[in-house]
Design a protein around this ligand. Structure first.
Ligand code: SAH
Ligand code: SF4
Length: 395
């Protein structure tokens, strides 16, 4: 059943590729778009393919931002490029580093908006949590981003730009003449689309950016090291499998429609049954091993033994792992985190049913960088607590 009161589309301000001075940003273009842009500016068809390949490598394999440094191109051609194009990524406004090593970047993007990106170092790898929108149209009642109105979708350049600027900050572009290390030897070895926004409401830009991240001539991350998290935009789940092919995480969070309608209101549009049908198809179509079911642990709301039993029943037959996320509080949040004992008991039931059930360790809590806490502090278009409660039917 379709509930028209659930906001599922957005009026979006799209940032044009061409900037006012007729300068096109090359970041975020697909290889084909890059080639076409060169031709448009006057490069011959014959030369364009090769030039596009060379420029691509400079930008995504070596991290170069100045055409002047593209030394395998003729000097005149570099001048031509500089007068027609730019290589621009979002600007870092501030960087905070947690006692546990987590880094949170506040970025400024066109229009003066701000988004956050978080880098989480682990023992022999590191995960970058990137944003796909400024704010979010959805209103999950436990999520801080959900209290911020959507301002706009990020462009593909702004999405892949987050990966590029984190590599800048980590010093992870290879020296001249050296190839990128294999995925397993990298500081930034994994990407999760778990920052601000609903990635499947910005499908094309997310897809284009992830294609760039996966391109073997560039950043070259395996599709199995990229995880897209969605609240359950069912029609786009099949497209994610066929057009991106990355791993999928689903913000499940409840085992009955009644509770999920309150926690993840998009459930009123696509309920548990419809969602689970779409998920059953995903691993086959994307040829990926298993789906991650994210489950936020909220005291007295979704954390009983019965919930755990219902959960394993619902996901039966789907290759899955269940990631339990202790609720991360934010000012004015209408929930509390379940106790450690409760989380352990829940995890045990899921585990006994044959599913891995790790409890996600909150990272960067001291800098407010944990899951669901991101929200640009300077953003003025805020919803009041009253509005949130009214929208979700809580209270
Ligand atoms: N919009 C996408 C990506 C979001 S964030 C989505 O909803 O899936 C990544 C995960 O953090 C999601 O599972 C989200 O539900 C969860 N999350 C949001 N707020 C949280 C909070 N305060 N505490 C713990 N997890 C939270
Ligand atoms: Fe948006 Fe995801 Fe937060 Fe829900 S959990 S409000 S979909 S960012």
């Amino acid at each position: 059943m379709i509930d028209a009161s659930v906001p599922i589309t957005q009026d979006l301000l799209t940032i044009p590729r061409k900037m006012s001075a007729g300068i096109t940003n090359l970041v975020g273009l697909s290889r084909e778009e890059l080639r076409a842009a060169l031709v448009n500016a006057g490069t011959t068809e014959k030369q364009a393919k090769m030039r596009a390949g060379q420029i691509w490598q400079w930008i995504y394999q070596k991290g170069v931002r100045e055409f002047e440094q593209m030394t395998n191109l003729a000097k005149d051609y570099r001048i031509f490029l500089a007068s027609n194009f730019t290589i621009s990524i979002p600007e870092i406004v501030s960087k905070q580093i947690s006692v546990d090593g987590t880094r949170k970047y506040l970025l400024r993007i066109a229009g003066g908006h701000e988004v956050e990106t978080v880098y989480i170092p682990e023992k022999d790898r590191g995960t970058l949590c990137i944003s796909s929108q400024v704010g979010c149209t959805l209103t999950c009642s436990f999520c801080h981003t959900g209290t911020q109105k959507l301002v706009r979708n990020l462009t593909a350049a702004e999405i892949i730009g987050q990966v590029m600027l984190a590599r800048d900050d980590l010093g992870e572009w290879p020296e001249a003449g050296v190839k990128n290390p294999p995925n397993q030897a990298r500081l930034l070895s994994n990407i999760v689309l778990m920052g601000m926004g609903e990635p499947l409401y910005n499908f094309e830009n997310v897809r284009d950016a992830m294609k760039i991240a996966m391109d073997p001539e560039g950043i070259s991350l395996s599709r199995r090291r990229i995880t897209l998290s969605t609240s359950g935009v069912v029609p786009e789940i099949a497209r994610t499998a066929t057009e991106i092919g990355c791993l999928l995480a689903i913000s499940f969070h409840a085992t009955t429609d009644e509770v999920r309608n309150k926690l993840v209101p998009i459930n009123k549009r696509w309920n548990l049954e419809v969602l689970l049908d779409a998920l059953r198809e995903y691993p086959k179509v994307s040829n990926s091993e298993r789906i991650t079911f994210e489950y936020v642990m909220l005291k007295g709301v979704n954390d009983t033994d019965e919930d755990a039993y219902r959960l394993v029943e619902l996901i039966q037959g789907i290759p899955a792992k269940v990631n339990l996320i202790p609720f991360n509080p934010w000012p004015g949040a209408p929930y509390e985190r379940s106790s450690n004992n409760r989380i352990r008991a829940f995890s045990e039931i899921v585990y006994q049913a044959g599913y891995a059930s790790p409890v996600r360790k909150p990272r960067g809590e001291d800098i407010f960088a944990a899951c669901g806490q991101l929200k640009s502090a300077t953003e003025r278009a805020r919803k009041s607590r009253k509005e949130i409660i009214a929208e979700t039917g809580l209270g």
